[in-house]
Design a binder for this molecule. Structure first.
Ligand code: UDX
Ligand code: UDX
Length: 484
């Protein structure tokens, strides 16, 4: 039998076998949990729940057979440190990945909805509002396949009062089944997802303040109490919970935009943004986290959630409030453009035909995710300036290829950073992978064209040493170290 078929056959059980196993195993568990959406949130969250709650059966379903196949293989669809081990320890025992969505709904006591909620790109609210079509389709599917009462948990990030719409759809028609809706937003960050979930700062559960609402909330609390101390479980009303998720991301992003504005001021005043961050972060009222200047924030959540917040404020005619939060996104755009301009200006105002090595494409280290990564914008701009790019990243090259496939210009994708620097005029470091700190920069310098430039977008390298090697060093938010 040819290799690829054997591998597929070995990893992926035929559908009828999965369904059979699904039914066979469902009897011995305390409760059946279903998660709809096997993405960056659904997959890892359910893996941790299954690890911590061996008495619950956890099934993750998705409309994408390819995603489910990957979750059932040894090459998971997402890279997250520590995740594969945790999947392997429970998969087939109390954790199942399947495309049998309707069967899963029928069998479930608790349904987590973890489908994606992208920014709407058409019609009313285009570019800001959340596109709720997947949520609505999922709600209808739950309604049509439920024969017993269920708790439906919003895990996806949703606009405030989305639970109301969800409840209306679920209770429409002549179905006598009762649904109780909870909001339980996920606060894990990529790259640290496993530890964030195993040791969360808090778990937030929003419910209605009715007898059935409180009872449903207690059922969900029972799951988390398997490993989370009671004092870290926070309960609120549904709307506060939905809004808190948006606000958490907006406030984190706002800190980054704030320090990035100060970085631009540092560059012209000879102040050093790292020193400023440290000085203000030691004030316990401010705290040290999320004060690292960089090329701008990325990821699937920050921009989307702030724009959602802006849209909500505009909807309620709170225009000044909307303008305040929108500025966080504008400053981020400005920061990415500033990084490109600094490269252009330092390199004699032309990049035509020059080779640049791009170190890091993922939106942050320890993930292969490139959704809304600053590298996408920055690379597109550099290509527009007719630079030739040699892009390297430990995990994100497949996504980088897709992100830039429609962009004209010369680009190569190389696993090995030493290969990427061969004959280049400059290095643009966009993602602070720890491996980049330990490269042999003397060797790299020798492989490069002179004068050699390095634009450390994350301030993660030893600038003085690089300067002494011979590089012209351009950090973010501090004066350059230049031989020119
Ligand atoms: C999550 C949240 O759900 C989102 O609201 C939050 O703001 C960001 O994180 P994420 O897990 O990152 O989304 O999204 P993604 O990796 O795209 O996964 C969503 C999954 O849902 C996909 O695998 C998709 O195939 C699946 N899906 C989508 C369904 O199973 N049914 C649908 O109707 C739509
Ligand atoms: C974020 C939230 O942190 C998490 O709680 C939520 O559930 C999902 O959204 P995530 O996007 O995975 O998590 O990563 P995060 O660590 O927040 O980083 C987001 C972006 O901000 C990255 O591009 C990162 O490089 C950037 N960042 C972060 C900075 O530029 N400076 C900082 O000081 C911190």
């Amino acid at each position: 039998m040819p290799g690829p078929f054997r591998a597929r056959h070995f990893f992926f059980k035929p559908k009828f076998l999965l369904a059979e196993k699904f039914l066979m195993t469902s009897k011995k568990f305390k409760k059946n949990i279903l998660c709809i959406g096997a993405g960056y949130v659904g997959g890892p969250t359910m893996t941790i729940i299954a690890n911590k709650c061996p008495d619950y059966k956890v099934t993750v379903v998705d409309i994408s057979a390819e995603r489910i196949d990957a979750w059932n293989s040894d090459k998971l669809p997402i890279f997250e440190p520590g995740l594969l081990e945790r999947v392997l320890s429970v998969r087939g025992k109390n954790l199942f990945f399947s495309t049998e969505i309707d069967l899963g709904i029928d069998e479930a006591d608790i349904i987590f909805v973890s489908v994606n909620t992208p920014t709407k790109m058409f019609g009313e609210g285009a570019g800001k509002a959340v596109d709720l079509q997947f949520i609505e389709q999922t709600a209808r599917r739950i309604k049509n396949n439920s024969k017993s009462n269920k708790i439906v948990v919003e895990k996806s990030t949703l606009p405030v009062r989305a639970a109301e719409a969800l409840a209306t759809i679920l209770h429409s028609g002549d179905n006598s089944v009762e649904f109780e809706i909870l909001s339980n937003p996920e606060f894990m960050a990529e790259g640290t997802g496993v530890s964030d979930m195993e040791n969360p700062d808090r778990i937030l559960i929003g419910s209605k303040d009715t007898k059935s609402g409180v009872a449903a909330r207690d059922v969900l609390m029972d799951i988390y109490l398997h490993w989370v101390p009671k004092e870290r479980l926070i309960t609120t009303n549904l709307w506060s919970s939905e809004l808190s998720k948006l606000v958490a991301n907006a406030v984190l992003a706002q800190r980054i935009s704030s320090i990035n504005t100060i970085a631009s001021l540092c560059e012209v005043t000879e102040a050093d943004v790292t020193e400023v961050s440290r000085a203000i972060g030691l004030d316990s009222r401010i705290g040290p986290k999320f004060l690292n200047a960089g090329p701008g924030f990325g990821g699937s959540c920050f921009r989307k959630d702030i724009l959602n917040l802006v849209y909500l404020c505009e909807y309620y005619q709170l225009n000044e409030v909307a303008a305040f939060w929108e500025q966080v996104v504008s400053i981020n755009d400005y920061q990415m453009e500033r990084y490109v301009k600094r490269i252009l200006q330092a390199m004699f105002n032309t990049l035509v035909g020059k080779k640049l090595a791009v170190f890091g494409f993922a939106f942050k280290p320890d993930t292969g995710d490139t959704r809304d990564a600053p590298a996408i914008y920055i690379c597109k701009r550099l290509l527009e300036e007719k630079a030739c790019l040699k892009i390297t990243d430990p995990y994100a090259l497949d996504n980088a290829r897709k992100d830039l496939q429609l962009t004209e210009g010369k680009k190569e994708f190389l696993e090995d950073p030493y290969e990427a620097v061969e004959g280049v005029h400059a290095i643009a470091l966009i993602t602070e992978w720890s491996s980049y700190k330990n490269l042999d920069y003397q060797k790299i310098f020798e492989k490069m064209e002179k004068p050699a430039f390095i634009f450390d977008g994350r301030n993660c390298l030893d600038h003085q040493t690089l300067y002494e090697i011979g590089f012209n060093v351009y950090p973010v938010g501090k004066p350059e170290l230049s031989h020119l």
